[in-house]
Design a protein around this ligand. Structure first.
Ligand code: DGP
Length: 113
């Protein structure tokens, strides 16, 4: 797969407001927030979308989810937040590097739009 803007963020070629980073993932504020707190949690390896993840990515996917939970807690959102993965253009995906949206700080309705 080809590089996306997120590769540039991982490589620190463009700035981002980073809230967490380790060897396998990085989390930063979304440039176009859809809630008062809107963080993107992404793997450092390139997986275009959830549909492209394989069995070999099982531990990484679990790591991303647990880090999302940890980031939410550290930001003071233990009880009410939403976690979203848009998979494919038809679901609203615009950057083809797998990412978890962590949204918090406002009420969320269901079903989502
Ligand atoms: P999605 O639509 O699920 O592919 O979400 C992509 C998100 O990425 C969207 O909410 C806006 C965000 N985004 C796109 N480009 C940048 C960027 O350069 N910096 C940051 N921080 N966020 C970006």
């Amino acid at each position: 797969m080809s590089d996306t803007i997120f590769t540039k963020i991982i490589n620190k070629e463009i700035p981002a407001d980073i809230v967490f980073e380790d060897d396998s993932c990085i989390a930063f504020h979304d440039v176009n927030p859809q809630a008062p707190t809107h963080i993107l949690v992404i793997p450092k390896i390139q997986i275009a979308r959830l549909a492209e993840a394989g069995e070999e990515d099982q531990a990484l996917l679990g790591h991303l989810m647990l880090k999302t939970r940890e980031i939410a807690k550290n930001l003071g959102f233990e009880d009410a937040y939403r976690v979203v993965i848009n998979n494919g253009e038809g679901a609203g995906q615009t950057v083809f590097h797998l990412h978890i949206h962590l949204l918090a700080g406002r009420p969320f309705s269901w079903p989502p739009g």
